[in-house]
Structures are given as structure tokens and as C-alpha cells.
Write a protein that binds this ligand. Sequence first.
Ligand SMILES: C[S@@+](CC[C@H](N)C(=O)[O-])C[C@H]1O[C@@H](n2cnc3c(N)ncnc32)[C@H](O)[C@@H]1O
Length: 197
Amino acid sequence: MAFTTRLKTAVKAILGYPLPGHSDTLPAISQANTLRTVYFRECLRKVAGLDGAVVECGVGQGYGLCNWAALTSLDSKQRLIWAFDSFEGFPKFSKEDEASEEREASYSQYKQFNLLYVLNVMRTFGLTTTEIDRRICFAKGFIPASLGLYDKSPIALLHLDLDIYEPYKEALNFFWEFVVPGGIVMFDEYNKALDVF
Ligand SMILES: C[S@@+](CC[C@H](N)C(=O)[O-])C[C@H]1O[C@@H](n2cnc3c(N)ncnc32)[C@H](O)[C@@H]1O
């Protein structure tokens, strides 16, 4: 077994979860991530004058969430960030998702990104436990059932990154009425090829 594989196995055995960024197939850093951060910042600037939360549906490893937390801390408005995810991977695909074995295998990686994993990513990123507790509301569960956890407060920016049809539709239908006039709804998958790693 290669040294890095043994090291990862040992770290996982000790911690109970793999270290963030140590997935074999998901990149820890990329040009696309940096450009996405810049784009997030531009979107936040556009809603700078509006009151309301940032709501992210689809947290994955927590990279986007880290960005939202860091970027909103630069603003005078202390926005609450809502983070909706099953934190146990994807539900069943519907016929609209054009499921394939390759896609299902790729998406099965998301099962490992539980709440503990994401919190560890956020702490490694540099967010303190106090900041996380004060500014981020985790809403764990499968959409649409988990949507009832939302407190129905106004939303300045809604980021949908759920990858598949049904939860996208349900989340958009549910959150739309809370998005304030001039607020932004972002679709990660809009006009883009499917995410397959
Ligand atoms: C591509 S990942 C999100 C990536 C993340 N926004 C980022 O920037 O790193 C998609 C996430 O959607 C979640 N998801 C998909 N369908 C869901 C559903 N019905 N309910 C809750 N979470 C769901 C999966 O668990 C997965 O973590």
C-alpha cells in the first residue's frame, strides 16, 4: 500500500473521519473554486443594501458554506446563514436526473460528508466554534421534509446547489416567497453539464 494511502487510513482510524481535502477524487483547491468565491462576493455586493439571510441548499463538504461565512463577515450586516443538507448524501434520483451507474457511484461519495465532517472542514478553514454557533443554522434532513425547519425570515440570497431535480424544485417553490425584492437566487447547476468527478 502506498505511503499516502496508509497515512490516510491511519488518520481516518484515529479521528473516525477522513481529514478534509483528503478525498481521493474530490479536489481540495482549484481555479474554479477561487473564481466561484469571487462570484459569490459579487452576488453579496449586489444585495449589500438588503436585509435578509443567506440560505444555502446543498452543503456537500462545506466549501461553499465556508465561503459564505468568510465573505459575509466582511459586511456590516451580520447575516444569518442557513445550511440545508441531508448530511448523509443524496436521496433517490428521479427520472429527470438521467441517472447512470457512473453518476450514482460518483454521488455516493457524499454519504461521508456528515455534520461532524463539515464542522471539521469549517474549523480547519479558520472559523471558530463561536462564529459557527452564532451565524450558521444547520438544517439537517432531506428536502422537502426538512424545509419545515426554516424560520420563514426574509432571504437576501438563496443559493441552490442540490444537483438533482426534485429537491431543486421543492426548495425553489418553498423559499421563493421569502426572497426579498431585489434579492438573488443562484442555481449552481444552471446551464451546466452534470457534476461527475
Ligand atoms: C454538490 S453538493 C453541494 C456542494 C456545496 N454547495 C459546495 O459548495 O461545496 C450537493 C449536496 O446536495 C445534497 N442534497 C441533494 N439532495 C438533497 C435533499 N433532497 N435533501 C437534502 N440534501 C440534499 C447532498 O447531500 C449534497 O451534499
